[in-house]
Design a protein around this ligand. Structure first.
Ligand code: PEP
Ligand code: MN
Length: 357
């Protein structure tokens, strides 16, 4: 159920409707839009008695939502969501493309600083890197844990980049929420519903990666789990799905970008690194992702890929990342999108530890 408020509805009228919804035992999600506010109702098992709500001051109409996802839907919010970060001018989902780059895993301070220096200079606003690595083999490098998070916090201080990193369980989510600017939920956890709910109670934006075999509806329902707990700052990420094709690690499904944009107001970025698994395919698929209308890219870059502890085969050399950025800047311009220039100082975002409080 969705309550659409009139364009002229006052804050007080919106609050009164939310209170009424909660008094009926449901949860009210107020979603302000460019034209009007909509209030999504969740927590109802059957039909909500809409009569009394329809009569309240400021209410334009009460609509039944037939789709399984509600809060992620454009029915609730017709205009695109723009995700913001406290103390930073960086956004995801607006005119600027969000560029996230860094190693698969944080291996050491020296490695991370060397990569951060290069990717921030090339224009990446976000530093990516795993401190908790979900690996196919229990004998592979599992990440540095909290030590890795501390290294990333140092990167934020030194380079002014925003930090995005994966949480794999409750315990790591708590720490990621403390140190990072954005919490990544990995493909393998896309349907870990208790973790999604915990991310929904976090106070930082969530980067939700598509499951290895997830349909569009399952992907959107995973985002719905996060939003249903009150965290509306969700960014979707296409990272390839498992198919019969074996010329790439996964098959990057770029058609999901316009499909998501038709159904949902949430931003969607593309990960051509995990999507292809091959270094030589990352740049062409990055160009395609920007051309198809993605809101950003997340790319693995390593200063010494041959010796990387994870995903070296798909990691770009810093010089290749520079070339990629030059190309995608030009493609973005065709679509009226921009990648902010890097100021002389090399510090792009101006974020400080403030955003960590
Ligand atoms: C990653 O970003 O390093 C990662 C493990 O991604 P995914 O969950 O998409 O496999
Ligand atoms: Mn990786």
């Amino acid at each position: 159920m969705l309550i659409v408020m009139r364009a002229q509805a006052t804050e007080e009228q919106i609050r009164a409707v939310c209170e009424k919804v909660e008094s009926l035992g449901y949860r009210a999600h107020s979603m302000p839009g460019a034209q009007r506010t909509a209030i999504g109702i969740t927590g109802n098992r059957g039909e909500v008695e809409s009569g009394s709500l329809e009569e309240m001051p400021g209410v334009q109409e009460v609509i039944r939502v037939s789709k399984p996802y509600k809060l992620v839907s454009r029915d609730v919010k017709p205009d695109n969501s723009v995700i913001r970060f406290p103390g930073s001018p960086v956004t995801i989902g607006g005119a600027d493309l969000a560029i996230m780059a860094g190693p698969c895993g944080i291996e050491s301070l020296e490695q991370s600083f060397a990569i951060a220096e290069r990717v921030s200079r090339a224009g990446a606003q976000f530093f990516r890197g795993g401190a908790y690595k979900p690996r196919t083999s229990p004998y592979s490098f599992q990440g540095l844990g909290e030590e890795g998070l501390k290294i990333m916090a140092e990167i934020r201080d030194r380079f002014g980049m925003l930090i995005v990193t994966e949480a794999v369980d409750y315990e790591s989510l708590e720490l990621v929420e403390k140190y990072a600017d954005m919490i990544q939920i990995g493909a393998r956890n896309m349907q870990n519903f208790s973790l999604l709910k915990r991310a929904g109670r976090a106070r930082k934006p969530v980067l939700l990666k598509r499951g290895i075999a997830a349909t569009l509806e399952e992907f959107l329902m995973a985002a719905e789990y996060i939003m249903s707990e009150g965290n509306y700052n969700v960014v979707l990420c296409e990272r390839g799905v498992r198919t019969f094709a074996d010329h790439t690690r996964n098959t990057l499904d770029l058609s999901v970008v316009p499909a998501v944009q038709r159904l949902s107001h949430l931003p969607i970025v593309v990960d051509p690194s995990h999507g292809t698994g091959k270094r030589n395919k990352v740049t062409p698929l990055s160009r395609a992702a920007v051309a198809v209308g993605a809101d950003g890219l997340i790319i693995e870059v390593h200063n010494d890929p041959d010796r990387a502890l994870s995903d070296g085969m798909q990691s770009l050399y810093p010089d290749q990342f520079d070339a990629l950025m030059t190309q995608v800047r030009q493609i973005a311009a065709v679509l009226g999108r921009t990648i902010p220039d890097v100021p002389e100082s090399g510090v792009l975002t101006g974020v400080s530890r403030l955003s960590n409080s």
